[in-house]
Design a protein around this ligand. Structure first.
Ligand SMILES: O=C(O)CCC(=O)C(=O)O
Length: 296
């Protein structure tokens, strides 16, 4: 038994050329990925999520009920994982038709999402060191793909993404280690790869545009060094629905070959594993930065 999902991909023939660029570089920029109204709604929900209005966010960096000023409150949050679990608007953005059109071209017709991350990243907040997303979210067919949607103009100054073009092609996961660089959050860094910082390209994009990138692409972001303001972004992760998702803690007694994290949202096509049903396990939580202590 398979489960059917109605898809309304906004099929745009101009996206065809993006596929070659994606295969060559490991990333493409999708202009106007979402419209201005959705950007405004996502910004509104970002504030509501930080205030706890849409549901509990674990590991919040401040006592939310004791902080009256919304701006002050938002400045404490670096990133909130799984906003799509509590925000209908974030869920809508997970299924944005123009993004789905590109995803179905680079992944295949059947696509599932398993993660969303809402970055607030106000001035002074750190970036994330070099990494490959497949290190964190392993797929079995190397299909992990991110859609990183800018909710503010993303610039070098406010900590846009930097990429190493073509670094996805070898399909190798590079070694990782802890790092103590104050420019970065608590996440480990990849190292010992055959590129250096001089090869890195900043990807500055306006609000509403998205970077679609491959799960093996080495990328990082730097601190928001702007004097004021946020660098908000919504980063959603997708993969082929044909692949099991051996992610998160493995239930006891389950063979690794059968491990399949089913806390997913089908966004295009059909789910060959629909007979398994889905689960609701991951909870929205705030990502620690070094300031708040990495073990928070
Ligand atoms: O937005 C950022 O600062 C980092 C995002 C990132 O590295 C990712 O989404 O994998």
């Amino acid at each position: 038994m398979t489960t059917q999902f109605a898809v309304t991909p906004h099929t745009d023939p101009r996206h065809e050329r993006l596929v070659d660029d994606y295969e060559r570089d490991g990333f493409v920029i999708l202009e106007d990925a979402i419209d201005a109204d959705l950007v405004a709604s996502l910004r509104r929900d970002a504030a509501r999520i930080c205030r706890g209005e849409l549901g509990e966010v674990d590991a919040a960096p401040v006592d939310v009920s004791a902080t009256a000023d919304t701006e002050e409150l938002m400045r404490q949050f670096l990133c909130i994982h799984y906003p799509h679990k509590i925000s209908e608007v974030a869920l809508e953005a997970l299924k944005a038709p123009r993004i789905l059109d590109v995803l179905t071209r680079v992944i295949g017709p059947n696509v599932k999402a398993m993660q969303s991350m809402l970055f607030i990243k106000s001035e002074g907040k750190p970036g994330q060191a070099w990494h490959q997303d497949e290190y964190f979210i392993p797929t079995r067919d190397r299909s992990l793909t991110a859609a990183w949607i800018a909710l503010d103009d993303a610039t070098i100054e406010n900590g846009c993404l930097w990429v190493l073009p073509g670094s996805h092609r070898r399909g190798v996961l590079y070694p990782d280690r802890e790092q103590n660089d104050p420019a970065f959050d608590c996440t480990i860094e990849a190292y010992d790869f055959p590129w250096d910082d001089a090869d890195a390209v900043p990807v500055e994009i306006p609000a509403g545009s998205a970077i679609i990138f491959n799960g093996y692409l080495l990328h990082r972001s730097l601190q928001n060094s702007g004097e004021h303001g946020y660098r908000r972004a919504l980063a959603n992760h997708y993969m082929s629905a044909e692949s099991l998702l051996p992610w998160q803690a493995m239930p006891e007694g389950v063979h690794v070959g059968k491990h399949d994290f089913r806390d997913i949202v089908m966004v295009a096509g059909e789910d060959p594993y629909g007979y398994k049903g889905t689960s609701d396990i991951a909870r929205p939580h705030s990502r620690p930065d070094k300031e708040g202590g990495c073990d928070r």
